[in-house]
Write a protein that binds this ligand. Structure first.
Ligand code: FMN
Length: 373
């Protein structure tokens, strides 16, 4: 084995004592392939199982915690106990191959297509997302916000009952948790809005609720992670220093990891910090100061990409597009065959790659999204 890869393949113990067998994680990716009724499909479970033998942890596609949180067609649901058998199928499919299974819990808020949510598009405030044709959401009442926090807790309980090893709170990519943190989408005047501190109320309340459910219901260590996006392009919008304030707070909440959502691992801040030549990852690692592990992600394809990313000192790396392109990425690294890692989508290989039709049709027909397409 290439000696430089030893670090990537070494085990890592999360703060709750759960041991990850290596540093490589499958990033959460929506696959559009669940049944209309919100249950998982066999082809979807096979797609996950195919990718669960090398990485130490698989983070699932996002799943909605309430019916009006569905963000995508073909998204599997977790908003009621009737979905526990479906969730169990998914958790088992991942765990049987040796990876930890983490359920990404989410609500799409103002990003939900109206036809998926009976026209009831909701958010922190009635501000549409920027861009043509986006619906104007309805601002949640204070008691509805309380119910939503409860729903994140209930979905966590279902994840425990379904046998997942953990949940990831999806606070990234412009969905409802981020909508509460953002000065663009949150113009509330109650306790969930206002200053930067007040806009952290909802994200922190979700963390607290999820942790309290874990305390009450989990019988063995259960992973709780939190994903966030560092910046928004809009003005007003989340800036890098806003995020560092949030991350500083999150680092003290007893979470098992933080996970930054990036397209490019080495991307630089847009605004809000003094040195715009220093990477976002470096700022985050500095702020976190080893209080909680950070997962980095973004355009890691080759082994060399991963080694360069690991050189920043980040303990954990996620790969998204690349593990669709090559499900054997980690195994090839471990077997000293990193030269055989495939880094461009082979459009003739759907069957061998075990990718369900809806996901395949989207990724193989969207130019510029996946290398090779
Ligand atoms: C098909 C696809 C679906 C995605 N769905 C989600 C999702 O459900 N939740 C999430 O947090 N990120 C999602 N992402 C973002 C990825 O987790 C990841 O951050 C991004 O693709 C950059 O990593 P990569 O360069 O390794 O692909 C998705 C990405 C892709 C390609």
């Amino acid at each position: 084995m290439n000696k430089d890869n030893e670090q990537l393949l070494s085990s890592y113990t999360l703060p709750n004592g759960v041991e990850l067998k290596n540093r490589m994680i499958m990033a959460p990716m929506t696959n559009f392939s669940s049944n209309q009724d919100g249950t998982v499909t066999d082809s979807e479970v096979k797609y996950y199982a195919r990718r669960s033998a090398g990485v130490s942890m698989v983070i699932t596609a996002c799943t909605n915690v309430t019916p009006n949180g569905q963000g995508f067609p073909g998204e599997f649901a977790a908003y009621s106990d009737e979905f526990i058998p479906s969730l169990k199928q998914l958790a088992n499919g991942i765990k049987e191959k040796g990876a930890k299974a983490v359920l990404q819990i989410f609500h799409g808020g103002r990003m939900c297509p109206p036809d998926l949510v009976d026209g009831d598009v909701v958010s922190a405030s009635d501000i549409p997302a920027e861009g043509e044709g986006n619906p104007t959401p309805r601002a949640l009442s204070e008691s509805e916000v309380e119910d939503l926090i409860e729903a994140f807790g209930e979905t966590t309980r279902r994840a425990i009952e379904a046998g997942f090893d953990g949940v990831e709170i999806h606070g990234a990519n412009g969905y409802i948790i981020q909508q509460f943190f953002s000065p663009h989408s949150n113009r509330r005047e109650d306790r969930f809005g206002g200053s930067l501190q007040e806009r952290m109320t909802f994200p922190l309340a979700v963390v607290e609720k999820v942790k309290s459910v874990v305390e009450k219901h989990a019988t063995s260590p259960f992973i709780v992670g939190y994903r966030f996006s560092p910046e928004e392009p809009e003005t007003p919008g989340i800036t890098m220093d806003d995020t560092l304030t949030l991350v500083d707070k999150l680092a003290d909440q007893g979470l098992d990891y933080l996970h930054v959502s990036l397209q490019e691992f080495f991307s630089k801040p847009r605004r809000g910090v003094e040195d715009l030549t220093k990477s976002r990852i470096d700022y985050l690692l500095e702020t976190i100061n080893n209080r909680v592990p950070l997962i980095g992600v973004g355009s890691i394809y080759s082994a060399q990409d991963a080694r360069l990313a690991a050189d920043t000192g980040i303990p954990l790396l996620a790969i998204g597009r690349e593990i669709i392109i090559d499900p054997d990425w980690v195994q090839k690294l471990a077997e000293g065959k990193e030269d055989e890692i495939v880094t461009k989508l082979n459009k003739d290989n759907q069957e061998q790659l075990v990718v369900p039709d809806p996901l395949w049709n989207i990724i193989s027909n969207t130019p510029g999204w996946f290398p090779g397409v």
